[in-house]
Design a protein around this ligand. Structure first.
Ligand SMILES: [Zn+2]
Length: 258
C-alpha cells in the first residue's frame, strides 16, 4: 500500500501491537513508521494522528518522550541482544505522557539470532501500552515466529495515478513559482481550499513529482527553497492538516522572489 493508504487506515483508529514495515525505500519506511508512531500517541479517538493535540505536536517535532527509534550501533553489522534486552526493559515501563509507548526498530532485519529471540519474547507478551514497529528491507530475514506476531505493511513506491485536478493544480503552482508569479500562486492555491485530507496528501505527492521534473529550470537556491517547502508540507499532511491551511502555508513560503 501507499503511505496515503496507511494514513487512511490509521485514521480509523485501529492499531496493532506490532508492525513490520517493508517495501519501498528506507526513507519511506521511516516515514511510515513515524506516521504509525504519531497515530499511536495521539489523544484523539478517531482521525489519528489529529495533528493538533499535545502528543501530535511533540511527535511532529521529534521530541516526544514516548517515541524512540532504536538504531544499529555504528560499525556493528547487526543489532545485538543487549540492545534488544534494553528495549524490552524500556517497553515494560509505563509511558511518560502518552497512552502508548512506541518503539521503532530501524533495520530490524539486521538483528542477529539472539537479538531476534529477545525481540520474540517481547512480542509474545507485549505490554498493553507498547507498540513495536520493525522497519525491514528484507522481512524474510526475520524469524517466522516474529513475523507471525506482526501486522505486515508492504509499501509500494508512490506512483499512484493521481487525480487529474490535483496534477493540474500542482502543475499550475509549480509554473507560477518558476515564473515568480505571485498572483498565479494565489490563484493556484485557491484550488486547495476544498481539498480533503487524503487529497492534500496526494497533492503534495503531485507537487513533489512536478518539482523534481522541472528542477532543472530553477536556480539552486530556488530549488532548495521549493524542496524544503515540500518537506514541510509533507509533515503537515502527515499531521492531517486540511487543504486550506496547507494552501496558506505554501503561499506564505513560496511568494516573493529571492
Ligand atoms: Zn493528536
Amino acid at each position: 500500500m501507499e503511505l496515503s493508504d496507511l494514513a487512511r487506515r490509521l485514521g480509523s483508529g485501529r492499531l496493532f501491537h506490532a508492525y513490520i514495515i517493508t517495501g519501498a525505500d528506507a526513507e519511506t519506511r521511516e516515514r511510515a513508521g513515524n506516521l504509525i508512531a504519531r497515530a499511536a500517541v495521539c489523544q484523539a479517538e478517531r482521525g489519528v494522528p489529529c495533528g493538533v493535540c499535545r502528543d501530535c505536536v511533540k511527535a511532529e517535532r521529534g521530541i516526544h518522550p514516548d517515541i524512540e527509534t532504536v538504531r544499529r550501533e555504528k560499525d556493528a553489522a547487526f543489532h545485538n541482544v543487549e540492545a534488544m534486552r534494553a528495549l524490552r526493559a524500556r517497553a515494560a515501563a509505563v509511558p511518560n505522557e502518552a497512552r502508548r509507548g512506541v518503539h521503532i526498530i530501524a533495520e530490524a532485519d539486521l538483528m542477529n539470532a539472539q537479538a531476534q529471540n529477545a525481540m520474540l519474547k517481547v512480542l509474545e507478551e507485549p505490554p498493553s501500552h507498547a507498540v513495536f514497529i520493525l522497519l525491514a528491507d528484507n522481512p524474510e530475514m526475520l524469524l517466522e515466529t516474529v513475523r507471525s506476531r506482526c501486522e505486515t505493511v508492504v509499501l509500494t513506491p508512490e506512483e499512484a495515478v493521481l487525480e487529474e485536478k490535483l496534477v493540474d493544480t500542482a502543475a499550475a503552482l509549480t509554473e507560477a513559482y518558476l515564473r515568480g508569479d505571485d498572483l498565479g500562486l494565489v490563484k493556484a492555491v485557491r484550488a486547495l481550499e476544498k481539498l480533503s485530507k487524503p487529497e492534500s496528501f496526494d497533492l503534495v505527492t503531485a507537487l513533489r513529482r512536478e518539482a523534481l521534473r522541472r528542477s532543472g529550470e530553477l536556480t539552486p537556491a530556488r530549488r532548495k527553497k521549493l524542496l524544503d517547502t515540500l518537506d514541510a508540507a509533507d509533515r503537515m499532511v502527515f499531521a492531517n492538516i486540511k487543504g486550506n491551511v496547507l494552501g496558506g502555508y505554501l503561499l506564505a513560503a513560496l511568494c516573493g522572489a529571492e
